[in-house]
Write a protein that binds this ligand. Structure first.
Ligand SMILES: Cc1cc2nc3c(=O)[nH]c(=O)nc-3n(C[C@H](O)[C@H](O)[C@H](O)COP(=O)(O)OP(=O)(O)OC[C@H]3O[C@@H](n4cnc5c(N)ncnc54)[C@H](O)[C@@H]3O)c2cc1C
Length: 391
């Protein structure tokens, strides 16, 4: 790489968001380069593996409407990529703190197909799960293959002329006249008219070495990065094991359970765990870390025991012995919102908060619009009232 290397838009990070932005910018004719410190859909980031929940239920209709829009974008992405990225199978929500009745009201309001079932009726339909409240069923839910989505978006982006450079870690972003010079950890440089930072859990580390207007920096919300633990538990019933045929549903639905005791989520693990079982994790059961560079990748043994106990009591359809486990990074923002805003040709995209995957292709469009000079969505802007709470 030489000092002269240049591009119109440089995207830092090839996870779900960087790849979505690259696709949307490249197909609009923008010259795009994506740099990634590791490899695309890095196993050290937040977009690796085959399983993320796709569901419509949110306590706030704003997000349910956004999911509805995002589903259309995923349909289009699947068509362009010629592959299935969301496997159907439906989604369940239950538990006192999840408030299925309220969620059903939101789905009514937005017009999303659903059913609210008494616990006894749900137990008949899904005997592998113990329900402690009414249960919300969304037949439109399913499982997103995150890693395949990243690869599909990057393939479409490179087909449209984008360039991907792996193992290139941005160390600093400095203004130089009307453009930016981004320098890697090895001293290579790329000049770009605009830069999109989609660095996931490494955002705060990179911002320290980024020239941004201080008025903008001062308003940035505080992100909390946690190293989360997730486990795969085998299905007891052999009939549930195996890869679904294309278009066919998974044998189990996804579920979110929030009670006073614990918040969990679970979904068919897919390819990551040989289609043998259900991925299950405690929501925010992980350990806070400063940023992506300080993760250990080690499972917390106390959390593992807690989840084994939970499966024993709550999910009789699974054998309470994990056969695979993984860590993953959450980048949480206040109110579990997303940050998508720009200042002086620099776009910051931090849409994780533990639930961003289902919006990826749509948020890629939002990022492209920011590059083209649009004003940030008020909900995702640095001026969002949500951030004021913790600032
Ligand atoms: C355990 C877990 C479960 C989740 N479950 C769900 C779910 O069920 N449903 C849902 O919708 N969402 C879910 N999510 C959220 C979703 O996966 C994230 O919103 C999404 O992956 C965020 O993508 P990203 O591109 O912002 O970050 P990442 O995927 O982390 O991508 C950032 C990339 O930037 C790279 N990078 C960082 N710094 C630099 C640098 N300086 N130079 C170059 N490259 C750099 C990193 O290596 C990384 O590859 C979950 C997330 C986790 C971790």
């Amino acid at each position: 790489m030489t000092e002269q290397d240049s591009t119109q838009v440089l995207i830092i990070g090839a996870g779900l968001m960087g790849s979505a932005a690259a696709h949307q910018l490249a197909v609009r004719g923008t010259e795009v380069t994506v740099v990634e410190r590791d490899t695309a859909a890095s196993e050290h980031g937040s977009s690796h593996g085959s399983a993320r929940i796709f569901r419509y239920a949110y306590p706030d209709p704003f997000y349910t409407r956004l999911v509805d829009q995002a589903r259309g974008r995923y349909d289009e992405l699947e068509r362009l990529a010629g592959q299935q990225l969301i496997t159907p199978g439906g989604a369940l929500d239950f538990g006192t703190l999840r408030d299925p009745r309220h969620l059903a009201g939101v789905l009514d309001e937005v017009g999303i197909d659903h059913e609210l079932l008494p616990a006894s009726a749900a137990a008949e339909r899904w005997p592998g799960i113990n329900f402690d409240t009414e249960v919300l069923w969304q037949p439109g839910g399913g499982v997103i293959d995150a890693e395949s989505t990243v690869r599909a978006q990057l393939r479409l982006a490179t087909d449209a002329g984008a360039r991907l450079i792996e193992r290139w870690e941005a160390a600093s972003i400095r203004r130089d006249g009307t453009s930016y010079v981004v320098t890697s950890t090895t001293g290579a440089t790329i000049r770009a008219a605009q830069v999109v930072i989609a660095a996931g859990a490494w955002l705060s580390k990179l911002l320290v070495e980024t020239e941004l207007p201080s008025a903008f920096i001062d308003r940035l919300p505080q992100a909390v990065v946690t190293q989360e633990n997730a486990y795969h538990f085998p299905y007891r019933d052999a009939a549930d094991i195996g890869e679904p045929k294309p278009g066919a549903p998974t044998s189990w639905p996804t579920f979110i359970h929030k009670s006073e005791r614990i918040l969990t989520y679970s979904l068919p693990g897919g390819r990551d765990a040989n289609f043998r079982g259900q991925k299950l994790a405690e929501f925010l059961g992980g350990t806070p870390i400063t940023d992506g560079s300080t993760q250990t990748g080690e499972i917390d043994p106390a959390n593992r025991e807690r989840i084994i106990d939970y499966v024993r009591e709550q999910v009789p359809g699974l054998v309470p012995e994990p056969y695979a486990e993984t860590t993953c990074l959450f980048t949480m923002l206040p109110e579990e919102d997303f940050l998508l805003d720009a200042a002086e040709g620099l776009v910051i995209a931090s849409p994780c908060s533990g639930h961003g995957a289902k919006f990826a292709p749509l948020l890629g469009e939002f990022i492209a619009e920011l590059v083209f000079g649009a004003t940030a969505h008020p909900r995702f802007a640095v001026t969002s009232p949500a951030w004021a709470v913790t600032r």
